[in-house]
Design a protein around this ligand. Structure first.
Ligand SMILES: [Zn+2]
Length: 109
């Protein structure tokens, strides 16, 4: 992913509009690119700060909030990936079990 692409994903990221694939690519880029991380932090601070002002919430450490948001996104992605692997594995196991049962049935005859 280029910096230009990452920049275009900053707002969709904050609005939680990225697909899993986009989110994954975006997070990887943010990890290695300080420029884009700073870009994200600026936007995040502005938008989250404004939202907090509107809600009249307490002043929070926005940098920490962003770190938490990024971590949650990663956990979410990892969780979904894990679920997919688990799902495929369970399907394969079910098919294998079915095959074994069928072979056993056939051998009995
Ligand atoms: Zn970049």
């Amino acid at each position: 992913m280029t910096c230009k692409e990452a920049e275009q994903m900053v707002m969709p990221y904050i609005n939680k509009e990225l697909t899993d694939k986009e989110l994954s690519a975006f997070l990887s880029h943010i990890h290695i690119c300080q420029d884009c991380y700073e870009e994200l932090e600026i936007y995040y601070t502005i938008y989250t700060g404004l939202a907090q002002l509107e809600e009249g919430g307490e002043d929070q450490n926005l940098h920490r909030l962003l770190e938490e948001s990024l971590r949650m996104s990663e956990l979410q992605l990892r969780g979904r990936k894990f679920f997919n692997i688990y799902y495929v594995l369970s399907q394969v196991l079910a098919m294998a079990a079915l095959s074994i049962i069928m072979v056993m049935e056939i051998l009995k005859i």
